[in-house]
Ligand binder design. Sequence first.
Ligand SMILES: C[S@@+](CC[C@H](N)C(=O)[O-])C[C@H]1O[C@@H](n2cnc3c(N)ncnc32)[C@H](O)[C@@H]1O
Length: 241
Amino acid sequence: MTGGFSIGARSQAPELMDNHSVDYETFRGCLVDLARVNAMTLAYRPTLAFLERLLRERRLPPDRPLSVLDVGSGYGDMLRLIARWARRRGVPVALAGLDGNPWSARAAAEATPADLAVSWVTSDVFESRARADVVLSSLFTHHLGDRELARFLAWSEEAAGVGWFVNDLRRSRFSHDGFALASRLLRMHRFVRHDGPVSIARAFVEKDWRAALAAVGLAERDAEIRRWFPFRLCVSRVKPG
Ligand SMILES: C[S@@+](CC[C@H](N)C(=O)[O-])C[C@H]1O[C@@H](n2cnc3c(N)ncnc32)[C@H](O)[C@@H]1O
């Protein structure tokens, strides 16, 4: 039971992975398959393109490493990819992942080779006073309640010195039904089979993002809301230099 899908109304159905009494192996198994889905659906691309943009526009600190915080970092696959991107591009970075579930820090640390320096922090985002040049999140915002979206944008605006990038799902019937079928055919973890379609039904749409931006005092020209092929809707903000 995934709680159904409506293009016109955001689902409030809960996700299995948000139940913190889940045991470590189950949570880790879910994150491993989520990382497979991320890779198969080209989900890292928009976030890396944002970092490339900062590099191109010379928005990286000249005298110290670029600090990057990934909120809801899960298995840490995004940060491992960013660590490799930074190495290739010769960009010094200080990477941190923050996640509310303690199993996330453990699974991410276990999956990260010793030569990639990433710190993993367990905290609810709203209890954290972390700061970074860049605040990222991926597949995170749809976990929030309706009213928490603007709160998270305000949090990101405060926490990020240079800018922030939200990478999340686009709510569409095609993605919802397609993911439900594909995840069964690919024998994905049972949490992913359940939570994938729920996540798509819980995703915020463009007008939600516009309202949340307005609620934190940002005009449309201050941020960009953009669809990324095939399944993502991303919102980015680069603060004036
Ligand atoms: C769907 S997973 C996404 C993981 C990873 N970013 C990815 O793209 O695969 C969402 C993550 O957000 C975390 N999370 C949910 N609510 C949170 C909160 N309020 N504060 C911090 N982390 C949270 C969950 O524990 C989970 O690991």
